[in-house]
Design a protein around this ligand. Structure first.
Ligand SMILES: [Zn+2]
Length: 64
């Protein structure tokens, strides 16, 4: 019985991990690099992304 409980807990962890992966794929849509100079964007906690060169700002993802 104990083993069985442990197995289902592991399955739960696997499901949570899968959800995270799906979310990560959805979040791949926002730009990672500046479309003008290719610099890696600074990602702010609110989801805003700024080019370190100061010529590009991405403020998408404000659905929620
Ligand atoms: Zn830039």
């Amino acid at each position: 019985m104990e083993r069985r409980t442990q197995m289902s807990w592991e399955q739960l962890q696997a499901i949570l991990k899968e959800n995270k992966t799906t979310r990560a794929i959805e979040e791949r849509d926002p730009p990672v690099a500046c479309p003008f100079d290719g610099a890696i964007l600074d990602i702010h906690p609110r989801g805003r992304r700024n080019c370190p060169m100061g010529n590009y700002t991405w403020t998408g993802g404000s659905k929620a």
